[in-house]
Design a protein around this ligand. Structure first.
Ligand SMILES: [Zn+2]
Length: 145
């Protein structure tokens, strides 16, 4: 287990790093911590895999500063899947490592994109996107005339 250098994730090093995640890591981080996917909705969690359970907190709750410092326990029935290289990915792309599809809103993301017409570029990770219009088809029951 290699300890990470939390100071790399200081928001002073770039808007891509979450101020709330940085504060939480400074207060609670231990070298045993990892990031996993798990639970009913396959969310990201950060904490410690203790073998028989995973003790930690939902990453989105840390980013939104919701609830207790350490609040979740995933038992073996929902054995979490480690996210390989999460810390390296977070160091490189910041919050885009959590939102690779670029559909979430974050604290302080007002300048995340440079938009040019129907195209935009993410200033945090360099991802380029085009604005596309999609139509959803669906079925519904209607009364007969
Ligand atoms: Zn990005």
């Amino acid at each position: 287990m290699t300890a990470i250098d939390i100071e790399k994730f200081n928001p002073k090093n770039g808007d891509k790093y979450s101020p709330n995640f940085y504060k939480w890591l400074r207060r609670h981080y231990r070298p045993e911590f990892s990031v996993v996917r798990g639970g009913e909705f396959d969310h990201l969690y950060v904490g410690e895999d203790e073998g028989w359970c995973f003790t930690g907190k939902k990453l989105m709750h840390i980013l939104c500063k919701i609830g207790d410092p350490i609040s979740c326990i995933l038992n073996l029935k929902t054995k979490p899947t480690p996210v390989a290289d999460f810390w390296k990915d977070y160091e490189e792309r910041g919050r885009c490592a959590i939102d690779p599809s670029h559909n979430m809103r974050f604290v302080g993301d007002e300048n995340r994109y440079q938009q040019n017409g129907d195209a935009r570029t993410c200033r945090w990770c360099g991802t380029r996107q085009n604005l596309v219009t999609k139509t959803h088809e669906y079925q519904v029951w209607e009364n007969q005339p």
